[in-house]
Design a protein around this ligand. Structure first.
Ligand code: CAA
Ligand code: NAD
Length: 284
């Protein structure tokens, strides 16, 4: 098994910031990289706020908060990958963007470095093919919000080595997460099941069957889901939901995964859910 001490997280959005936080709290040295200045600032502010909440709730001490923050460095240079034993990519759910980052990282990172993607649905095997180390490429799919949710899907690409898998599985346990082993197929397990439900909820709205609130109430009170599907879609990000549905639709070539036109329309309007201030609900 490989030794992991230094972790670089690429993308400081809602997932990247959460991953950086749990890694820093787990005792790892973390570089949190984003190409966007505002995203880096927002990411570190969110981490600070959540750690402070944990101090107030007496889950961690003020010293533990300070130590976690000391282990975190913000990065605006991909070159910082030279320091990393593991890189976890969490940028937008777009194959071209991720593939080009993997290609760059492969050139910069030392030969021992493992490359993981937090992708929700995209093929790990294909990302691995953009590197010269496909055996060291793997999916490490955290759930949102990362500090709260226990699951991590660990996805083996076609060429992922057993050593890479074991190293990442052990890391997930060290971060107090519960890993599951998944093979590389569109949407893996969690989103293959979750996203068609969310898409169906959007069709239910689109076809005028019920209001946004009543669709959510149906699943919250009828099925005991913590959030209704439309609230959850807003929480995940409607752009991310659409990208995942497109991957399922294309990957399985099955019309049952057709993204709802209303979802497409909202994304085109820039209504991306909570992160943009408007989705199925308003957040201003
Ligand atoms: N980040 C960090 N912590 C958060 C948070 C966030 N965005 N939102 C809530 N929390 C924390 C709160 O701080 C609170 O902790 P403490 O009070 O102990 O400090 C705890 O979670 C519970 O929060 P609340 O009491 O405010 O609200 P809640 O009981 O409704 O729980 C929730 C919030 C945990 C998010 C819950 O609503 C839930 O589980 N929702 C469903 C989440 C889900 O399905 N996630 C998976 C999304 S799909 C995915 O991730 C995969 C993909 O590829 C798209
Ligand atoms: P987000 O939009 O909140 O954040 C993405 C971040 O990546 C942004 O800050 C952006 O500036 C940055 N970025 C984009 N291109 C970049 C580049 N070339 N170099 C450096 N940084 C770049 O998105 P998110 O919700 O955090 O999702 C990120 C990934 O995690 C996606 O692959 C998504 O599918 C996956 N994911 C999302 C969720 C969810 O619920 N939102 C859950 C699990 C997995």
């Amino acid at each position: 098994m490989k030794t992991i001490e230094n972790i670089m997280v690429i993308g400081a959005g809602q997932m990247g910031a959460g991953i950086a936080q749990v890694c820093a709290q787990g005792g790892y040295t973390v570089y949190l990289h984003d190409k966007n200045d505002e995203a880096r600032t927002k990411g570190i502010n969110t981490i600070d706020k959540l750690l402070e909440r944990s101090v107030q709730k007496q889950r961690i001490s003020a010293q533990e908060k300070e130590d976690a923050l000391k282990r975190l460095t913000l990065s605006n240079r991909l070159q910082d990958a030279e320091q990393a034993d593991l890189i976890i990519e969490a940028v937008v759910e777009n194959l071209q963007v991720k593939a080009s980052i993997f290609h760059e990282l492969d050139k910069i990172a030392p030969t021992h470095t493992l490359l993981a993607s937090n992708t929700s649905s995209l093929p790990i095997t294909e990302l691995a093919a953009h590197t010269k180390r496909p055996d060291q490429v793997i999916g490490m799919h955290f759930m949102n919000p990362v500090p709260v949710m226990k699951l991590v899907e660990i996805i083996r690409g076609l060429q992922t080595s057993e050593e890479t898998f074991q190293t990442i599985e052990q890391l997930a346990r060290k971060l107090a997460k519960t890993p599951i082993a998944v093979n590389d197929f569109p949407g893996f397990v969690s989103n293959r099941i979750l996203m068609p439900m969310i898409n169906e909820a959007i069709y239910t709205l689109y076809e005028g069957i019920a209001t946004v609130e009543d669709i959510d109430t149906s699943m919250k009170l009828g099925m005991n889901h913590p959030m209704g599907p439309l609230t959850l879609a807003d929480f995940i990000g409607l752009d991310t939901c659409l990208y995942i549905m497109e991957v399922l639709h294309e990957g399985f070539a099955d019309s049952k995964y057709r993204p709802c036109p209303l979802l497409r329309q909202y994304v085109k309007a820039g209504w991306l859910g909570k992160k943009s201030g408007k989705g199925f609900y308003n957040y201003s």
